[in-house]
Design a protein around this ligand. Sequence first.
Ligand SMILES: [Zn+2]
Length: 70
Amino acid sequence: MDNGTFGTRHCNHFNARGERQYTWALYDAQGIYCCRVCDACEEAKVAQYNPVIFAGYTQADVDEPINPEW
Ligand SMILES: [Zn+2]
């Protein structure tokens, strides 16, 4: 049984041994909490976010392209 939703340390995914996957907190490059992920769903959950938030860019970088002339 899980003791609540926020404190849960295991995902709904199972590993090769049939145990629930251990999860960890996913943070963006600014250290902002996103969600908890396990090996099985890390990629899928990361894909739901804008990739730039994991690349260390600030909002100013997003709004102002560094090299606008292609
Ligand atoms: Zn998972």
